[in-house]
Design a protein around this ligand. Structure first.
Ligand code: ITT
Length: 194
C-alpha cells in the first residue's frame, strides 16, 4: 500500500519507513508535486499535525498522514513544545535550538523532559489522531551524531545513551514517533483487512 507522509524531514521519513516496514511505501509531498513548505501555524501539536495532513489531502486527494512533535521540558513549563522547530531562530536551526535549550537550563537540577508526537491520518476522507510519548532527561552537553534536532541532548529513561548515540532501530524501539506510528500501523492493518 502506498501512503503519503506530509513531511520534508528526511530523518523522519527514514524512521517512519523503518517502523512501517515494506508493507507500506511512503510517498513524499515532493513526489506529488507539492514542493512548498507545508504550513504549521496552529497552537498545538494536534492542530499542526491535522493542518499538515489536511493541506496535502486538499491538494492531492490522497490518503495521507503527518506528524508534529514537540520537546516538553518540565523546568521550562513545557517549552519549547509546539515551538520546538523555531525555538532559537525562525528556521530549523538544530544547533542554535540546542544551544538555547542548554542556556535556558543552565544551573537547573530538574532535567526531566519528554518528546510527544501526534500523528494525524486522513483515510477515506476521515481524520484520526495517534499519540506517542517518551520520557527522559536533558543532559548538559551534546552527545552523539545520529538522528536530528534535540537528539544529542535527550537521554530516554532506562538508557545511558542519547538518541543521537543510537541507530534508527534502537531509537525506534522507544521513541515518541515510533510509538505513535506503531499505533497508526495497527490501525492501518485493521482497516486494510476490513
Ligand atoms: P516536518 O514538519 O517537515 O515534518 P519538522 O522538522 O518541522 O518536519 P516537527 O515540526 O514535527 O518537524 O518537529 C519540530 C522540531 O522538533 C524539529 O525541528 C526538531 O527540532 C524537533 N524534533 C522532532 N522530532 C524529533 C526527534 O525525533 N528527535 C529530536 N528532535 C526532534
Amino acid at each position: 500500500m502506498k501512503i503519503l507522509f506530509a513531511t520534508n524531514n528526511a530523518h523522519k521519513l527514514t524512521e517512519v519507513q523503518a517502523v512501517l516496514g515494506d508493507r507500506y511505501t511512503l510517498v513524499t509531498p515532493r513526489d506529488c508535486g507539492v514542493t512548498e513548505e507545508i504550513p504549521e501555524t496552529q497552537p498545538t501539536l494536534e492542530g499542526n499535525a491535522l493542518q499538515k495532513a489536511r493541506y496535502l489531502y486538499e491538494r492531492t486527494g490522497l490518503d495521507c498522514f503527518a506528524d508534529d512533535t514537540g520537546l516538553e521540558v518540565e523546568a521550562l513549563g513545557g517549552a519549547p513544545g509546539v515551538h520546538s522547530a523555531r525555538y532559537a531562530t525562525d528556521g530549523h536551526d538544530f544547533a542554535a535550538n540546542n544551544r538555547l535549550l542548554l542556556q535556558n537550563l543552565a544551573g537547573e537540577v530538574n532535567r526531566r523532559a519528554r518528546f510527544r508526537t501526534v500523528v494525524a491520518l486522513i483515510l477515506g476522507g476521515r481524520e484520526y489522531l495517534f499519540e506517542g510519548v517518551v520520557e527522559g532527561q536533558i543532559i548538559d552537553h551534546e552527545t552523539g551524531h545520529e538522528g536530528f534536532g534535540y537528539d544529542p541532548l535527550f537521554r530516554p529513561d532506562g538508557y545511558d545513551r542519547t538518541f543521537a548515540q543510537m541507530t534508527t532501530e534502537e531509537k525506534n524501539a522507544v521513541s515518541h514517533r515510533a510509538r505513535a506510528v506503531r499505533k497508526l500501523a495497527t490501525f492501518l492493518h485493521e482497516y486494510v483487512r476490513e
